[in-house]
Design a binder for this molecule. Structure first.
Ligand SMILES: Cc1cc2nc3c(=O)[nH]c(=O)nc-3n(C[C@H](O)[C@H](O)[C@H](O)COP(=O)(O)O)c2cc1C
Length: 376
């Protein structure tokens, strides 16, 4: 029997594939179905203490593209392939009191499956930091195996919440530390990809005590405008706000973010998300150094919780291990991170013979490098 299991932040997962915090994990029924289908873990839809009211109408749409024109649209087009998901859904509109008995029941039904709960509060004052602690204690007392701090939701008006925390090193550190003060279970921080050097915010989370970093949440984006009506393809009364892009389109961008993270912190734990629908995409994240991966868009399109997606992921990993047995791969840990160091500066890539490139700098001629003024 092939061993698909991993130990990640001290937790034992029967396989490294999780449903991410999103519609597939928004209810007890969905999470129970997900565990029955074979997911090694789930991250429950983000819970907060603040009021949540979603927009009128659809919260998620899928964009597709056709071969003939390469145009991207939410409109149904025959023969179109999935490009991305676009959403402006807020966190769970069910409160902590609603979730607590459900967390307990889910764990009782599936004691060996890993249930991580995503939580969110503000960061502007002590009351908000206490809200993080209330959420953390409520979820862990109910039986959650771990906590994921949402520093990444892209739809926040509040300056002290969601991705606005994930863009601020100070807030990342302070909130993580506040949660760690009360947490008895591992604490993961899910960072926004909408920042220049995500390794800075990750470093701040680690200084606050984070056990792992999760990336990516959806990328800030707008839906396309219909050339006939001149209206955004999804709008309410003609109005739209920035939403989040997920699915196949974000795979390369998410990989770039993950590479920044794993190269900066090769000894830390990372969970990769973004554009995974089969083992082929998941493998990228493992090779960059992730210990687990998470899936949203592909699962939403497969009976809401992805029974075929998880079957294919498990089969893909099994076949990969069998195919690569002679390389000594017996489990994920054997190939985790083995392509992390292939990402280098442009100037380190080989040029045609007899040419040199110094990253756009003029080559230094003849003499040793100048001594910096301060130490001269
Ligand atoms: C409709 C929708 C709702 C989401 N809600 C949350 C959420 O409440 N908390 C969270 O951390 N991420 C949320 N996400 C982000 C996903 O968990 C995931 O990070 C993102 O979709 C990228 O993964 P994918 O490419 O597999 O879709 C949501 C995504 C979608 C599409």
């Amino acid at each position: 029997m092939t061993d698909l299991s991993v130990v990640f932040t001290g937790l034992h997962f029967e396989n490294p594939f999780l449903l991410s915090s999103a519609p597939p994990t928004e209810s007890e029924t969905n999470i129970l179905r997900a565990f029955d289908a074979g997911w090694g873990g789930v991250v429950a839809k983000t819970i907060g203490l603040h009021p949540v009211v979603n927009v009128y109408g659809a919260r998620t749409k899928f964009m597709r593209t056709v071969v003939e024109t390469s145009s991207v649209s939410m409109k149904k087009q025959p023969g179109a392939a999935l490009h991305s998901s676009w959403n402006w859904e807020l966190i769970s509109d069910k409160g902590l009191d609603w979730w607590i008995p459900r967390i307990t029941r889910i764990k009782q039904a599936h004691p060996t499956k890993m249930l991580i709960v995503s939580i969110m509060a503000g960061s502007g004052n002590d009351k908000e930091l206490r809200a993080w602690q209330t959420l953390a204690q409520g979820c862990q007392d109910a039986g959650a195996d771990g906590l994921e701090l949402n520093f990444s939701c892209p739809h926040m008006d509040r300056k002290d919440m969601g991705s606005n925390i994930g863009r601020d090193e100070g807030l990342c550190s302070v909130v993580t530390e506040a949660v760690k003060e009360v947490a008895r279970v591992p604490v993961w921080c899910k960072l926004t990809p909408s920042t220049t050097d995500i390794a800075l915010e990750a470093g701040a989370c680690f200084r606050g005590g984070a056990d792992a970093i999760v990336s990516s949440n959806t990328f800030p984006s707008l839906p396309p405008i219909d050339p006939e009506t001149l209206e955004f393809e999804i709008n309410v009364d003609g109005l739209v706000s920035s939403g989040g892009l997920g699915g196949p389109a974000i795979l390369p961008q998410s990989l770039a973010k993950m590479a920044q993270l794993t190269r900066a912190f090769p000894d830390r734990s990372f969970s990769g998300i973004g554009g995974i629908s089969s083992f082929r995409e998941a493998l990228n994240y493992f090779l960059l150094g992730c210990g687990t991966v998470q899936v949203c868009t592909a699962a939403m399109l497969d009976q809401a919780v992805g029974p075929n997606v998880i079957r294919n992921l498990n089969r893909g990993l099994t076949e990969f291990l069998e195919r690569n047995a002679e390389r000594g791969f017996t489990r994920v840990e054997d190939f985790r991170g083995i392509r992390r160091d292939r990402i280098v500066a442009q100037s380190q890539i080989r040029r045609p013979a007899d040419t040199e490139y110094h990253g756009g700098e003029e080559p230094m001629e003849g003499y040793a490098e100048p001594v910096p003024a301060a130490s001269a």
